[in-house]
Every structure is written in structure tokens, then in C-alpha cells.
Ligand binder design. Structure first.
Ligand code: ADP
Ligand code: MG
Length: 297
């Protein structure tokens, strides 16, 4: 009866929009008590838009958008898409980029019109350029305190501007988090984004603003360590993610759930794929596995 029930569970999963790697996967969901949620693209839509442009003294706004947009156009990151789309809308066609490089979890760089341009986190910019001018620092802090994400643009050793993008929480995320809690799971929000932006999203989905439930500014290679740390505390961990930067953590988790709308790398690293890219399906997946295993016993 055991294999049959598991296969029925797998078939029911497919009807619900849950792709299950193998019947044995349902088994590992039974003990899950903690669910780590990636922020961008998982809890939020990841459909960001460019909402503010701030230039350093003497920098032309169109020039800033042309150069930053040209580099970001080569990246698939939700922030990059927003910057490239916003720049195209404001300045038209973007120039081509040479020597493009993606610095995972930090930003992008490339040569445009003979200038080495960098777009990304302040920490990355600070390795290559002078400090952020005061008026840009103020704009960045103001945007982040509203839950927005600010990235820095540099070329020729100077910070030239700050671009602000804004994301929205998926309409079903808050209800899904509530139901995950009802199922006895502790939700943890995990992100590479700044703490202010993380806290703004946590508030919207009613995740407590504690150090162990909102974990921000985590580099991609360190996401897996967050999962390991929870496991070493005796937790059995499910992880839901969508990005390349989530793959290692998804593989490390006791149960990895990938958003079907996410990257192939994340899907390959996971045990379950949520076809619709909706957290409510994660609730269905956990319910289904519990029901299936109850049938077996
Ligand atoms: P998340 O963990 O929320 O999915 P990431 O790890 O992908 O976020 O990115 C973390 C941070 O790195 C972003 O908030 C941004 O500051 C910076 N970053 C990453 N990729 C880019 C990019 N293409 N352009 C600008 N900034 C980027
Ligand atoms: Mg993500």
C-alpha cells in the first residue's frame, strides 16, 4: 500500500500544480518545522520598477541611465530588468556593453562607451570607488526606510548616482504565511537585500522583525549556511526560492521548493516545483504530503 499511496500523492500533486521529483520526497516534508522564504521573486513578485533616479553633482541624468541601463540589460536579475526597462523608457535605445560580468548577489559590471561601469550594492561600489557623496547617501537611506531597494552606479572611481527600484508583495503571500504558521511551521524571511527592505516585506506578511526570523544582507554563497545553521539547531528546514542564488540552499534544505516561475538552476536543485510560483501552493504541498503519509500509516 505504501508505494501506491505515495504515487497517488504524486498524481494529486500534479493536479494541484506541484511537480514532485520522486514519491520519496513526500516523506521528507513530514518533519518540517521551519520554512525559509526567499524574498525577491518568492514572497514578492520580483517585477520591480525603477522609481527614483539620483545623480551626483555634475552628472547628467540621461548619461547615468544610458550607462547603467546598458550594463543591466545584460543581466536577468529582477533589479536589472527594472533598471534596463526604466532606462529605455526614459532615454530610448541603450548602447552595447563589453566584458559584462555578473557578480552574484552584489551587482554587475561592464564597459560602455569606454567607461568601466558598475551597478550594485554599496559594499561592491566601495571596493572600486570613492565613498558615496552625502546627498546620495541621504537619498539611499530615505528610499530604504520606505522599503525600497537602492543600488549604486559608479564609473571612473566615483559614485555617479543611485537608482531606486520598488517591488511588490504577491497578493497571496500574507495569507500563505498565515496558513504555514497554522500548519505549525515557523516562517523565516531570507534575502540578500538590505534590512530595511526586508523588514518592510516582513511587516506586510506578518513575519516578526526578529534577528532569527528576518535574515537580510546575506550573500548568495551564505544562504546555504543559514539553512545549515537552522539544521544544526535541530530544525527540519523547508526552503522556498526562485533564483540562481538560492540553488545551494534549496539543495541543502530537508525540503527544497522552487517557484516554477524561477530559474532552471533553482528548479533542478529542488525536490518540489510550485508551477504557478505562488506560496499558497507551498501550503498545498505540505498539506498533501501530510495527508498522503497519514494514509500510509
Ligand atoms: P534576493 O536574496 O532578495 O533574491 P539577491 O541576492 O539576488 O537578492 O541580490 C542581493 C542584492 O545585490 C540586491 O538587493 C542588490 O543590491 C544587489 N544586486 C544583485 N544583482 C544586481 C544587479 N543586477 N543590479 C544591481 N544590483 C544587484
Ligand atoms: Mg530571489
Amino acid at each position: 500500500a505504501t508505494p501506491t499511496a505515495l504515487l497517488v500523492g504524486t498524481g494529486r500533486g500534479a493536479q494541484l500544480g506541484i511537480l514532485i521529483k520522486g514519491p520519496e520526497v513526500l516523506e521528507s516534508t513530514r518533519r518540517v518545522d521551519t520554512i525559509v522564504l526567499d524574498k525577491t521573486g518568492t514572497v514578492t513578485t520580483g517585477q520591480m520598477s525603477l522609481v527614483e533616479v539620483h545623480t551626483a553633482d555634475g552628472v547628467d541624468e540621461r548619461e547615468l541611465l544610458r550607462l547603467a541601463g546598458a550594463v543591466e540589460r545584460a543581466s536577468e536579475h529582477p533589479i536589472a530588468r527594472a533598471v534596463a526597462r526604466g532606462a529605455t523608457a526614459r532615454v530610448g535605445d541603450l548602447p552595447s556593453v563589453d566584458g559584462f560580468a555578473n557578480i552574484e548577489g552584489l551587482g554587475v559590471e561592464g564597459v560602455v562607451d569606454g567607461r568601466a561601469v558598475l551597478v550594485g550594492r554599496l559594499a561592491l561600489a566601495e571596493q572600486r570607488a570613492q565613498a558615496l557623496p552625502e546627498q546620495l547617501a541621504a537619498a539611499k537611506t530615505a528610499a530604504e526606510s520606505r522599503g525600497r531597494t537602492a543600488v549604486v552606479v559608479t564609473w571612473a572611481d566615483r559614485v555617479r548616482g543611485v537608482l531606486v527600484v520598488s517591488d511588490t508583495v504577491k497578493p497571496t503571500s500574507a495569507e500563505a504565511v498565515r496558513r504555514l504558521r497554522d500548519l505549525g511551521l515557523t516562517p523565516v524571511l531570507l534575502t540578500g537585500d538590505n534590512r530595511c527592505a526586508a523588514l518592510a516585506v516582513a511587516r506586510e506578511v506578518a513575519i516578526a522583525a526578529c534577528d532569527d526570523t528576518v535574515i537580510a544582507e546575506v550573500l548568495p554563497q551564505d544562504k546555504v549556511d543559514v539553512v545549515k545553521r537552522l539544521q544544526s539547531q535541530g530544525k527540519t528546514v523547508a526552503m522556498v526560492g526562485d533564483g540562481v542564488n538560492d540553488a545551494a540552499a534549496l539543495a541543502q534544505a530537508d525540503l527544497g521548493l522552487a517557484m516554477g516561475t524561477g530559474t532552471d538552476v533553482a528548479i533542478e536543485a529542488s525536490d518540489l516545483t510550485l508551477v504557478r510560483g505562488d506560496l499558497m501552493v507551498a501550503v498545498d504541498a505540505i498539506r498533501l504530503s501530510r495527508r498522503t503519509l497519514a494514509t500510509i500509516k
